[in-house]
Write a protein that binds this ligand. Sequence first.
Ligand SMILES: Cc1ncc(C[n+]2csc(CCOP(=O)(O)OP(=O)(O)O)c2C)c(N)n1
Ligand SMILES: [Mg+2]
Length: 360
Amino acid sequence: MRLEDYNPLKNEMYQVLDPTGKIVLEKDIPELDDEQLKYLYKTMLFTRTIDEKALSYQRQGRMLTYAPNLGQEAAQVGSAYSLEKEDWLAPAFRELGAWLVRGVPLKNIYLYWYGNEWGSHMPEGVRVLPISVPIASQMQHATGIGMANNIKNEKNVVLTYVGDGGTSHGDFHEALNFASVFKSPVVFIVQNNQYAISTSRKIQTMSENIALKATAYAMPGILVDGNDIFAMYNATKAAVDRARDGDGPTLIEAYTYRLGAHTTSDDPTKYRDDAEVEEWKKKDPILRFEEYLKGKNLIDDQWIDETKKELEKEVKETFESIEDKSDTVLEDIFKYHYEEMPAQLKDQLDEYKSFLEGGK
Ligand SMILES: Cc1ncc(C[n+]2csc(CCOP(=O)(O)OP(=O)(O)O)c2C)c(N)n1
Ligand SMILES: [Mg+2]
């Protein structure tokens, strides 16, 4: 596919499979073999299983606050699959599918959401930065890594994600501007899931879409059906290839929907209609891909059932292996930012220690 064939200023959206799994652009079916296609499907299913289990553990009081990915699996899995091993991922906090594709072990993911800093300690060779909760801050890191790559003459690409709400932050604009000026090899993905907690995308920006913001920074921008795994894979691959060739960054808007709550502390029924959610359920990215794969006789209901059971078992065993065995050390929360802990951090540490000891 060619990024320039889709003009965000005309609100054109790139799509390969429609919501029923029918091919709308035959020439853009990616050249992936059967095993690769099944791997993509299985990873989307794994993402959903991990989410469903985490929500249930949280409701049972066994897990801390959790941010689900329900409905955004294609946007994450499809995009991350376009990277090579040596490339980097600079995530926000709602990219579970991308972490799995990049080789982050489930154990790490659950440790993180269990409040254990060791969850962010990636295995050797897994080029994934820790989860970044301060909105859009990871985009600066991505641009910086890309600039360092250029200086060192390395050909690695950096993939970074942000939400629709994150595009209102200064960090978003600074990262795009620097990346464009210095031809940093970055692919910026906006997971536009239509909400920033309770703030609707409709009042987040007056731009008709988010992809067109690329125009001001003189880089390609493309609006992609984020629930279409093939469209996400192809568009990101084109952007990754472009970055690797030294042509600089691209902005991709993955048009998707957060089917679940913002986090387990949120109640979306307070700010959006059930009817809207029902409409989006019809565009479920997993069902769409499932229909396509069934049509090719690659999977059937029995295979799906068996795969689900296998994944649920893995999730349960992994969670139980970390539950109540946390070796979280209070100091870990404070000690990694500075070589020597500054006075104000030390005060906070002392205050917290005295709080835990029952003092004030
Ligand atoms: C700098 C900063 N301000 C506020 C917050 C609180 N906060 C956490 S998530 C969020 C909304 C993010 O919305 P969006 O960027 O659309 O991502 P989504 O949660 O939809 O994936 C906010 C305001 C934060 N984490 N960091
Ligand atoms: Mg959002």
